[in-house]
Design a protein around this ligand. Structure first.
Ligand code: THU
Length: 160
């Protein structure tokens, strides 16, 4: 048996340390959270993307009585962006979540399906997406979706 180490570099930032663009995107993600349709979980998630054409795309989680039919905020935003501007590059993703009346204090952690979908978007566009996961205590800042999904599956496995 061999042991290998996979190293992950994550920065934890205070909001004051974010750039003006990132602060603007954080506000957009917080605004988006309020638009969530989350009557079952009452967990409201907002995502904001910045595209290289300057567009800011917002998304929020959309639930359904048939639970698996709902969709997370990240994929609502990303699929809209890719469907509307298929040739644009996503440069940033900011995610913020409210539990009850307040934004959560620890950084929101995207689900596995969102990580997988975001990874493919990043791979497809050939450029990293900077991801900020907001919490009121601190915000996780990472340089690429790859950081969120080590040992990931992608289309290269499907080639003979
Ligand atoms: N959710 C998101 O929209 N994004 C995340 O990063 C985590 C979870 C949603 C899915 C569901 O509507 C609710 O939060 C509770 O899981």
């Amino acid at each position: 048996m061999t042991e290998r180490q996979i190293t992950t570099k994550i920065h934890f930032c205070a909001v004051e340390e974010l750039s003006d663009t990132e602060k603007m995107l954080l506000n957009a993600a917080k605004e988006a959270a309020v638009t969530a349709y989350a009557p079952y979980s009452h967990f409201q998630v907002g995502a904001a993307l910045l595209l290289d054409n300057g567009e800011v795309v917002k998304g929020s989680n959309q639930e359904n009585a048939a639970y698996p039919s709902g969709l997370c905020a990240e994929r609502v935003a990303m699929f809209y962006a890719n469907a509307t501007w298929p040739n644009a590059t996503i440069t940033h993703l900011v995610v913020a979540a409210r539990n009850g009346k307040a934004f959560i204090n620890i950084p929101i952690a995207p689900c596995g399906a969102c990580r997988q979908s975001l990874l493919e978007a990043e791979r497809r566009q050939g450029a990293p997406i900077r991801v900020l996961l907001y919490g009121t205590n601190e915000t996780v800042c990472i340089e690429s979706v790859k950081t969120l999904l080590p040992l990931s599956f992608d289309e290269s496995f499907l080639k003979e």
